[in-house]
Design a protein around this ligand. Structure first.
Ligand SMILES: NC(=O)c1ccc[n+]([C@@H]2O[C@H](COP(=O)([O-])OP(=O)(O)OC[C@H]3O[C@@H](n4cnc5c(N)ncnc54)[C@H](O)[C@@H]3O)[C@@H](O)[C@H]2O)c1
Length: 353
């Protein structure tokens, strides 16, 4: 079991059966009611493992919500809050969120607001939730199609990432998680980049997950409120979010795929207009193109995408804020490129004529 200390809690990576879950349930929460929150897929694939292997959970109440980002809403939260109230859940009771980042984000939000905050444990079951949403204390839900507009910073009691759950995760979902792991490699470690790019998606082990979690966790511990270093985690997201937001209305693309395209475009920006070497750029390009489907944009789509970048909440003043890449393993925050540089790169990478 790999243990990664975070702010007030531990992130454990390894088998649930070897984790401190049983100890925590049987010590701090002996007399607490336990509620498990899952979506319909994690209810089917993950929850029975918990209820059948942990005596303290055999009688837990189970609340199942519909799967998918479109359900990360205030309406679903209200339904869960009403259910918690029907179950007479008190401040000393415990919510256990079992699912991808949608469930852990929303469950954390539900717990942090209900009765001004009840304790919660996160058991992430998707790769993305294990390597990214597991650290950093952000909870949240979407509002009118805008992502994570309502949220809190709140710490779970414990997070356990058991790679065994990845066996039932669809392959594309693994790829979207891998994009965030590649990002961690570019931000902080050539070794991690090398390991992640050739990772076997059929058997992802605790070590590589823990390396990604550690990179994110180290950054978050230095800069919890995103004043400086935490901005590094936005690599690939300035362009990725704009593509994702633009596509939302007619051809929604998964977040992880957009991040991969964003990493590619931001690498070309760094190569052409910054200090990223040709060799490192070609390495990033070959890796992304090998793993992810090609993205083709039309000339008419260019302006709306650039407009969305200009509205990004990370910007200051009129400048679009990027993470600059110096090399695989080293990035700098608060980098800017001109609009014509950004257009040139998007045209070069994503337009066919
Ligand atoms: N809090 C943070 O710091 C942070 C960081 C990154 C992402 N997020 C959030 O995470 C969300 C994306 O997370 P995600 O990619 O896990 O999406 P998700 O939770 O929607 O899960 C993706 C799909 O996989 C299914 N699934 C999850 N685990 C499974 C399993 N073991 N077996 C079978 N199916 C399974 C889900 O039901 C869903 O259909 C977004 O809402 C994003 O905003 C939060």
């Amino acid at each position: 079991m790999i243990q990664i200390p975070s702010e007030t809690y531990k992130i454990e990576v390894g088998s649930l059966l070897e984790s401190s879950l049983a100890d925590v349930l049987n010590s701090k929460f002996t007399n607490s009611k336990k509620v498990i929150l899952a979506d319909e897929n994690t209810f089917e694939h993950c929850v029975s493992f918990l209820t059948s292997n942990f005596d303290a959970l055999s009688n837990a109440e189970i609340v199942v919500i519909p799967a998918g980002e479109e359900n990360k809403t205030l309406e679903i939260c209200s339904q869960v809050w009403e259910t918690l109230s029907d179950y007479h859940i008190q401040r000393s009771d415990l919510l256990i969120n079992v699912g991808g980042g949608m469930v852990t984000d929303m469950g954390g939000f539900i717990a942090s607001v209900y009765k001004r905050g009840i304790p919660f444990i996160n058991i992430p079951t998707s790769l993305l939730a294990m390597v990214d949403a597991s650290a950093g204390g952000k909870t949240g839900i979407d509002l009118n199609h805008f992502k994570n507009q309502l949220g809190t910073f709140a710490h779970p009691e414990l997070v356990i990432c058991d790679p065994e759950f990845l066996q039932t995760l669809p392959k594309e979902e693994l790829l979207w998680g891998q994009a965030e792991m590649l990002k961690h490699g570019i931000i902080a470690s050539t070794e991690h980049w090398d390991a992640v790019k050739k990772m076997d998606l059929e058997s992802i082990d605790s070590t590589i997950i823990a390396q990604s979690v550690t990179i994110k966790n180290d950054i978050v511990l230095k800069d919890f409120k995103e004043q400086a270093d935490r901005k590094k985690l936005n690599l690939g997201h300035t362009i990725g979010h704009a593509i994702e937001g633009f596509m939302l209305d007619f051809n929604p693309l998964p977040h992880g795929r957009c991040v991969a395209h964003g990493i590619l475009a931001e690498s070309l920006l760094a190569h052409k207009f910054g200090t990223l070497s040709q060799a490192d750029f070609m390495e990033i390009k070959a890796t992304i193109e090998n793993l992810y489907p090609e993205l083709v944009l039309t000339h008419e789509q260019l302006d709306p995408i650039v407009n969305l970048m200009q509205q990004d909440k990370k910007n200051r003043g009129n400048e679009i804020n990027f993470v600059g890449i110096k090399g695989i393993g080293e990035v700098i925050i608060d980098t800017t490129y001109t609009l014509s540089e950004i257009r040139e790169v998007l045209q070069q990478l994503f337009m066919r004529s």
